[in-house]
Design a protein around this ligand. Structure first.
Ligand SMILES: Nc1nc2c(ncn2[C@@H]2O[C@H](COP(=O)(O)OP(=O)(O)O)[C@@H](O)[C@H]2O)c(=O)[nH]1
Ligand SMILES: [Mg+2]
Length: 432
């Protein structure tokens, strides 16, 4: 990120026309610039007070000032709320740039919040996850990250490690005065349990963030595409009475009970007659094998026959069997989920099976960047424990303790390299 001394400006709302747009100015000259583009600011303005007035480019709206140390970025800040016209936004931003402000780079507001100590790296990631969240569960996770729940958990583990390291170093430096290291106490203080708990959230974190992939497979004409459309509440996949029309996989996401679910509709499984269909069926098989869950759909009005049995066996993986078209069938197997893509019958009990995979839990989870770092910290903490339990010098544990501290510091940003920090903020959009 470039010069930290610049006062930066960018719209913090979307680029589409909307009722209102907000433009943020952050840096030492924010209030000064704001006063120059707004006609109703008193000479001694009040922070966090909404002033109504006219802006220099003719639009009217609100101006809000935030003092240094009491703003999103931690810097002196002004926010201009104007009409959400892209032309109005452009005009005001270019006036501010004319006064000496610089266009903010993507993620630069959050980067400054990190640099001024308003948040740690995990909270900055929480800001991004909040903005990107698509489901209730993702939002809940992002809120916790942003509020510092992970920061707190990691900081506690770091403090414990620092404590053990201090014990080891003290006995090495002053063994004469303070005697031998209390190994049991050192082992007791190692945050191995906490790190194990944290590591165990990785799977749940992945499911919340990436969602569950559900492959919908089965013979042609069973109603797989109709089921997808019913689940999405939209006509996404082409439905025809002609067998073999879906030849490629279609992937669409939906929020089911707060959880992101990616449904993959596939080509019908059967002995294919032509090359394109054969390829389609290969892809169906791949999708079924790669998915977290597989729903094998068959036409209950025809019944479970030899073809169904052999395709079902061929996939060699646990599958939920869905008896579709139950509106046409008189009875069906008790072990199958009877549904009707046409009427919607039975659909909710089918989707409820997804939730047993990971019940809603109000604990913060680690993301894909954190998971290997927590693992590294955990194995280093275990290595330190091994040292304390073996007849080797205690100070050999120090290197493991430092490594664990370093790994955890990369989560919070305390020990993260500039490169890594840049990489995280590079993924942000403009205005974040
Ligand atoms: N009566 C009835 N017809 C259905 C149901 N689901 C699908 N169909 C019909 O079955 C045919 C095949 O559906 P489609 O979704 O294309 O099947 P796919 O080949 O498995 O994707 C279409 O004519 C659908 O209208 C259902 O639940 N009840
Ligand atoms: Mg289809």
């Amino acid at each position: 990120m470039s010069n930290f001394h610049d006062t930066i400006v960018a719209p913090i709302t979307g680029t589409q026309p909307a009722a209102v747009a907000s433009i943020r100015i952050s840096g030492d000259r924010a209030w000064e610039f704001a006063a120059k583009v707004f006609d109703r600011l008193p000479t001694d303005p009040t922070a966090r007070y909404a002033y109504y007035g006219r802006f220099i480019h003719g639009d009217d709206g609100l101006l809000l000032l935030f003092e240094k140390g009491h703003s999103f970025t931690g810097e002196e800040t002004a926010e201009c709320q104007i009409h959400g016209s892209p032309a109005s936004v452009r005009a005001l931003v270019s006036h501010l740039i004319g006064l000496g402000a610089r266009m903010a780079e993507p993620g630069e507001f959050t980067y400054r919040a990190f640099m001024t100590g308003r948040m740690d790296l995990s909270q900055a990631e929480g800001v991004r996850e909040t903005v990107d969240s698509q489901t209730a569960r993702q939002l809940q996770q992002a809120n916790m990250m942003r509020q510092g729940v992970l920061r707190e958990a990691v900081s506690q583990a770091r403090e414990a490690l620092f404590g053990v390291l201090a014990m080891v170093e003290a006995t090495v430096d002053f063994s004469e005065e303070i005697g031998e290291l209390d190994r049991d106490e050192a082992i007791r203080r190692l945050p191995i349990g906490q790190l194990e708990d944290l590591a165990a959230t990785a799977q749940q974190g992945l499911l919340t963030r990436q969602g569950i992939a559900v492959a919908i497979v089965g013979p042609p004409n069973a109603g797989k595409s109709s089921l997808l459309n019913r689940l999405l509440g939209a006509d996404r996949a082409i439905v025809t009475p002609v067998a073999g029309t879906t030849r490629d996989t279609i992937e669409e996401s939906a929020e089911i009970n707060g959880l992101l679910v990616r449904f993959i509709d596939t080509a019908g499984l059967r002995a294919a007659t032509d090359e394109a269909e054969k390829l389609g069926i290969e892809r169906s098989t791949e999708a079924a094998l790669g998915a977290d869950r597989t729903w094998f759909v068959y036409d209950a009005s025809i019944g479970w026959g030899e073809a169904e049995q052999s395709e079902w066996e061929r996939l060699m993986k646990p599958q939920t069997i869905v008896a579709n078209k139950c509106d046409l069938a008189r009875k069906s197997n008790q072990d199958h989920f009877a549904v009707s893509a046409l009427t919607g019958e039975g659909i909710s009990s089918l989707t409820n099976t997804l939730l047993t995979l990971e019940q809603a839990e109000a604990a913060v989870t680690i993301n894909g960047r954190h998971a290997p770092l927590v693992q590294r910290a955990l194995s280093s903490a275990r290595a330190a424990k091994d040292v304390f339990e073996s007849p080797v010098p205690d100070d050999l544990a120090a290197v493991h303790l430092r490594d664990a501290l370093h790994a955890l510091g990369e989560i919070t940003g305390d020990t993260a390299s500039e490169d890594m920090i840049d990489r995280i903020f590079r993924d942000f959009c403009i205005g974040k």
